[in-house]
Design a protein around this ligand. Structure first.
Ligand SMILES: [Zn+2]
Length: 86
């Protein structure tokens, strides 16, 4: 049962691919036969995937936003919506 706490400690290095082969195989073998650890691992990996996706798509740089707001927005000339002469 103590193996679970060991695997929990190995989870992050395992996700980051930082474990050596022996520990990696040990973690893999445990995850295959231990449902709670596997679920925790899958949830953690999904969370890291979301983090990576957000890091891979940085917000628009300030220069782009400046260009957009600096462009003169001219209001269209008044449309004769309510012209008295029909
Ligand atoms: Zn376990």
């Amino acid at each position: 049962m103590d193996e679970c706490s060991t695997i929990m400690k190995l989870m992050h290095p395992h996700l980051d691919g930082e474990l050596d082969v022996k520990d990696s195989l040990c973690a893999q073998a445990h995850l295959e036969c231990c449902t709670p650890c596997r679920e925790a691992f899958v949830a953690e990996r999904a969370f890291l995937d979301i983090l990576r996706m957000q890091l891979a798509q940085p917000p628009a740089p300030p220069s782009v936003r400046q260009r957009v707001t600096a462009s003169p927005t001219r209001p269209g000339r008044d449309a004769p919506a309510d012209s008295p002469r029909a």
